[in-house]
Design a protein around this ligand. Structure first.
Ligand SMILES: CC(C)(COP(=O)(O)OP(=O)(O)OC[C@H]1O[C@@H](n2cnc3c(N)ncnc32)[C@H](O)[C@@H]1OP(=O)(O)O)[C@@H](O)C(=O)NCCC(=O)NCCS
Length: 188
């Protein structure tokens, strides 16, 4: 199956984000308190990370926290999840994983797009996260979605295990706003 979104169409309604792929459709929705869905997320978490990334029930119930899951439209199966929480005017991503059998199918991209759209809707200034500096797949995913590295965090994941801090500004840049105003005013 094609894993890219180039051949995908996108639909957004009632807070859900869907990507129609050629052979399946991905639906992103809030996790909620469905015990089966929570269990699936925990299984994906165990497969994906050396230590649990999803902290339950905190990540679902804490004010300002949000977990989204990505489901297969064909089977309803949960293929991945993303956990985020708000810190001031920043949406901080604390966990993103696609099930090992479902990678390179657009799951990570769909979840990330949902979190970024949520931050914009909430008028937050940025989306931020840390990622292991050797996690090439994740760094490519984030950079392709417009995130930029802002600093290295030495030994963030333990001795010698460095992290990169990445940020996406979600507000229009001052310079582009100024350019728009100038062009509206007919100035050069
Ligand atoms: C990182 C992760 C979430 C990506 O999810 P995914 O659903 O496989 O990613 P997508 O299919 O949406 O890929 C989107 C883009 O990311 C990049 N990418 C993803 N996986 C990649 C890989 N293994 N190698 C190179 N690029 C990759 C590509 O640019 C890809 O676009 P393309 O397929 O059109 O080339 C997944 O690999 C994962 O769960 N890893 C383990 C947990 C983890 O490391 N989480 C991130 C912690 S911050």
């Amino acid at each position: 199956m094609s894993g890219g979104c180039g051949d995908a169409h996108r639909r957004r309604d009632r807070g859900c984000y869907s990507i129609g792929l050629m052979t399946d459709e991905l639906h992103v929705e809030p996790l909620g308190l469905d015990i089966l869905a929570i269990t699936t997320c925990l299984v994906i978490d165990v497969e994906a990370f050396p230590r649990p990334a999803l902290v339950l029930p905190r990540d679902v119930t804490r004010r300002g926290s949000q977990v989204w899951v990505c489901r297969s439209g064909a089977t309803g199966e949960i293929l991945g999840f993303l956990a985020a929480h708000r810190v001031g005017d920043t949406l901080h991503l604390s966990a993103l994983a696609a099930g090992a059998a479902y990678r390179r199918r657009g799951v990570g991209r769909a979840l990330l797009a949902t979190a970024v759209a949520h931050a914009k809707k909430q008028r937050l200034a940025r989306v931020a996260l840390e990622v292991h500096k050797d996690n090439e797949a994740a760094i490519l995913l984030y950079e392709n979605q417009g995130f930029s590295p802002v600093k290295t965090l030495p030994s963030y994941y333990g001795r010698g295990q460095h992290a990169l801090a990445l940020v996406l500004d979600t507000r229009p840049q001052r310079s582009s706003r100024a350019a728009k105003l100038r062009s509206r005013g007919g100035q050069g």
